[in-house]
Ligand binder design. Structure first.
Ligand code: HH2
Length: 303
């Protein structure tokens, strides 16, 4: 699934302040759906490093009306670590609790909704001091599987586990978790990944010592989402839904876009006017294949 981020906060690290107006927030949520999001993740509290807690009434005021307005149009998750906010959002139509605290499974169980358990070993206000691990992959995997098992035992049917990239983790920890995502996938629990626009991607893509701002981390975010999908992630949480939805189509084409080749009903490749349905010269090593090898820009294969 592709989960679109909709932060109704003044201070989120990337889209803070952009969607505080309720009508604009709903409009953006609908745009995320039009772009290909399967679920819109509505959050009313930033959990960036150093952030303090938002009073529950403020978070309710931000989140509930937006969830209510979107729930008739799409699947909605609520990104919160407060039980009262999770319950109010479920009453308003949310069907997933995206829980960065990994503690709200009893609420998901009580209401029959899905639950995402994310790894965050310390409160955001102090988490920078807690980026200390022996084996980050093993520790995060053990923590998440234990939570997932507790939730399943309590009756939660839909459980995802999420390594919590950027939450009390250095860039090296985040990369290690991404590199070994297959180990999380191998647990059998569906894996969710949220790398979109995060600062470790900014640091990795800095040029001449200049770190691009969150809005300029598109390529790194899309590449990381593609990597996560290829490693078997079941859900990617992203700000830029359209390009990631396109990657998802490429990664798991449904229906198979080549299925119509024999019948001549496959999508037409606009870049290759000479291409005919059923043309398999390239695979057979025929004359066309040679021509394409000599002229790589003329073939879709090398793009
Ligand atoms: N990251 C953020 C928030 N919620 N949920 C899951 N499951 N996984 C994540 O990696 C994750 C998350 C932080 O990103 P964002 O919401 O864009 O920023 P902020 O916390 O500043 O609102």
């Amino acid at each position: 699934m592709v989960m679109g981020v909709l932060n109704v906060t003044p201070d989120s690290f990337s889209d803070g302040g952009a969607w505080m107006d309720r009508a604009r927030a709903v409009e953006h949520g609908l745009q995320l759906v039009a772009d290909g999001a399967d679920v819109v993740d509505v959050g009313g509290e930033s959990t960036r490093p150093g952030a303090g807690s938002v009073p529950v009434d403020d978070e309710l005021r931000r989140v509930v009306p937006v969830v209510e307005a979107l729930a008739g149009h799409t699947r909605v998750s609520v990104d919160t670590r407060k039980a009262a906010v999770a319950e109010a959002a479920i009453a308003a139509g949310a069907t997933i609790v995206n829980d960065v605290s990994a503690e709200l499974w009893p609420i998901a169980a009580a209401h029959g909704v899905g639950w995402i358990a994310m790894h965050m070993p310390a409160d955001p206000s102090v988490m920078a001091d807690h980026a200390v691990y022996g084996d980050v992959v093993a520790e995060v995997t053990a923590y998440l599987t234990a939570r997932a098992e507790q939730a399943r035992a309590a009756g939660v049917a839909d459980v995802w586990i999420d390594p919590g990239l950027g939450f009390a983790k250095t860039a090296a920890h985040n990369l290690s978790l991404l590199r070994h995502l297959d180990r999380l996938v191998a647990t059998g629990w569906p894996v969710a990944v949220g790398a979109s626009r995060k600062s470790f991607l900014g640091r990795l893509t800095a040029r001449d010592g200049v770190i691009p701002p969150p809005s300029d981390r598109l390529e790194a975010s899309v590449a990381t989402a593609a990597w996560a999908m290829a490693a078997g992630a079941a859900l990617v949480r992203v700000h830029d839904v359209a390009p990631v939805a396109m990657v998802r189509r490429l990664a798991a084409p449904e229906p198979d876009p080549t299925a119509g080749l024999a019948q001549g009903t496959a999508p037409v490749d606009q870049d290759r006017p000479n291409h005919q349905p059923g043309d398999s010269e390239q695979q057979q090593g025929g004359r066309g294949a040679q021509t394409r090898r000599q002229s790589p820009t003329a073939t879709g294969a090398v793009r």
